[in-house]
Design a protein around this ligand. Structure first.
Ligand SMILES: [Zn+2]
Length: 598
């Protein structure tokens, strides 16, 4: 497990479907999730399932945990995860552990919390009405936020709820939540309970079915904690009230969408209403476990709003609302397919591009897709190689990319040869379901090759001049439908460096500077045509002044690579800007451009 996990305040909540039985009594349990899996400097656990089981054990059978390798999570994963986890793991659990599983999580029947389990009603003894909400609160000091005099926090919460309400009514197009069924508030106001939820940041809860809207429309009420356990109370209050209210908007459309869709779009909505304080999390989980589907419903992964950032950047910010509109009649994934088709795109195309985009979040800004100021997570990869040749490697069963998942395999130098040959050996069935994308990565950007496996599922690529890249990554993406036979998902790959014959040319050639633009250093590559010709490589600024002489000597014929660290001849860092690299080899002269940026 992670050794030195940093605990992050996540600032959102989890909806757990305790039952999918569509009765008036169906209720939801919302539990708090803490983003403890994002210490990206450390190896992540093998699978999220292991992580969850570990947390479950700590929560419900702490005496079984002998050593604590990281801080015990103070707050809970969401109900739906625990439920699914228990269901799956029940038969393998020891009787001792089984004994510690709370009733509502025990198979075969998962008991949903009923109205009498809802503590808010007994705790909250006062209320404050705003235009659309009734905020129920407690006058007991233990349920009042510390450091907030009088009822300021109650009034703040009511204001934040109205902000969310007006935003979604007037701007986002999500409309208004159904109000109300009624769960103790009445007067057509939406009930929000405000008290110390302890394990939770907040929750949303359905009441009765709404007739005449969509098939699965429900009234709902919500709860927000008075103690988030972190210092940024006022920010968390804003984000949480928005997040939970968004769940009520979702319930008014369709209460039975996947939690992945509910949570990631609720998180996305936090960025629309509170862009200055919302921070994205969870993309690192996709990258750390690329063999899992993007909409895999476990852990912080499902809170990552990045797909929606991407689609909003590519299309418009209404796209998520339009998807929810479609969810009145269909499931989210089908709504996504339909919506993309209406936009003249396709899920395959979008996921292919997003796989690349997602892979690079946190590494660099390619200028097209995302805001570099966003605090997105670093990237992990599936497997890495640094010695060649790489003999056929098969991806283990557990890590074969599931639908909408992908594998990332990284090839580092040494780049002792010109080229790198990659082979991908797949199965015929995967020819239509797979894309193999190869990325040559510089520290400023990447070059992309999108390969299409042939009818046998195989494909090969020779990456030219691979020493120019910091590393080369193969992204094996599996899109949409899963073949019924999972064996067809398997593949293997090889890698070898190729010592090709020197590229002889009649004249000298300046190939490129890599990376370009560059921040710390760049490699200038050129070919010399004949043996032992004096060659010079000089850098000039935009005004034509000589800045640096990189090379001035007789060189052998063939390929050469010379580094420039962005310093002038006196060792001073040059200013940001455009520079010219001029090669003179014998009578041949070539000039290339290179951009130095800070
Ligand atoms: Zn939520």
């Amino acid at each position: 497990m992670v050794g030195t996990t940093h605990i992050h305040a996540v600032g959102f909540f989890v909806v757990g479907f305790m039952s999918r039985v569509k009765t008036a009594g169906v209720v939801f349990l919302l539990l708090y999730y803490i983003g403890s899996g994002l210490s990206l400097a450390n190896p992540l656990p093998e699978t999220p399932f292991d992580t969850s089981l570990d947390i479950l054990t700590r929560l419900y059978a702490p005496h079984l945990v002998e050593t604590k390798t990281r801080p015990t999570p103070e707050r809970l994963y969401c109900g739906v995860e625990i439920q699914a986890m228990v269901e799956e793991a029940w038969s393998t659990m020891s009787p001792v552990l089984q004994q510690h599983i709370p009733d509502q999580f025990r198979p075969p029947q998962f008991r949903a919390p009923g109205p009498n389990d809802f503590r808010g009603i007994e705790v909250c003894d006062a209320w404050l009405d705003s235009e659309h909400f009734r905020v129920h609160y407690s006058t007991n000091p233990e349920h009042l936020p510390p450091g907030y005099p009088d009822l300021q926090a109650v009034r703040d919460l009511a204001d934040h709820l109205e902000t969310a309400y007006e935003f979604h009514r007037d701007v986002s197009g999500m409309g208004v939540a159904a109000a109300d069924a009624d769960y103790g508030g009445g007067q057509d106001l939406i009930d929000c309970y405000f008290y110390n939820l302890e394990e939770l940041f907040g929750w949303a809860h359905v009441e009765e079915r709404v007739e005449g809207l969509c098939e699965n429309s429900y009234w709902g009420f919500m709860a927000v904690s008075t103690d988030f356990g972190f210092s940024d109370f006022s920010d968390q209050l804003r984000l949480t009230s928005e997040h939970e209210y968004y769940h009520l908007l979702q319930f008014a459309i369709d209460t039975f969408q996947r939690s992945w869709f509910e949570e990631s779009t609720a998180r996305n909505s936090e960025f629309l209403v509170w862009p200055e304080i919302a921070t994205p999390r969870g993309a690192g989980e996709w990258a750390a476990h690329p063999y899992l589907p993007m909409w895999y419903g476990t852990g912080i992964r499902k809170y990552a709003p990045h797909l929606w950032f991407y689609l909003e950047a590519k299309h418009d910010t209404d796209i998520v609302t339009r998807l929810w509109d479609r969810c009145c009649h269909t499931q989210a994934e089908l709504a996504l397919v339909d919506e993309l088709e209406a936009l003249g795109s396709s899920l395959d195309a979008v996921l292919t591009e997003f796989a690349i985009w997602n892979y690079f979040t946190g590494v660099r800004d390619d200028g097209n897709h995302y805001d570099p100021d966003l605090q997105v997570s670093a990237v992990y990869h599936q497997a890495g190689h640094g010695e060649y040749p790489v003999m056929p490697v098969s991806v283990p069963d557990a890590k074969v990319a599931q639908p909408s998942g992908s594998n990332y395999i990284r090839f580092h130098g040494p780049a002792s040869a010109n080229d790198l040959r990659l082979t991908f050996d797949g199965k015929p069935e995967m020819a239509q379901d797979r894309a193999v994308i190869v990325l040559g990565v510089h520290d400023w950007g990447h070059r992309t090759w999108v390969l299409e496996p042939d009818q046998d599922g195989d494909v090969e690529l020779v990456v030219p001049d691979w020493g120019l890249y910091e590393y080369v990554t193969m992204v094996v993406a599996n899109f949409w439908d899963a073949p019924s036979d999972s064996a067809s998902l398997h593949y293997s790959y090889t890698a070898e460096e190729l010592d090709q014959a020197p590229r002889t040319t009649d004249s000298a050639r300046l190939v490129m500077s890599v990376p370009n633009p560059f921040r710390s250093s760049t490699q200038v590559v050129f070919y010399a045509p004949t043996e032992n010709v004096v060659s010079t490589l000089r850098v000039f600024d935009a005004a034509g002044r000589l800045v640096r002489t990189l090379l001035d000597e007789a060189v052998y014929s063939g390929r050469h690579q010379v580094g420039w660290d962005g310093k002038d001849n006196s060792g001073q860092q040059v200013a940001t800007g455009l520079y010219f690299v001029r090669l003179q080899s014998g009578q041949d002269r070539y000039t290339g451009k290179v951009m130095f940026v800070r």
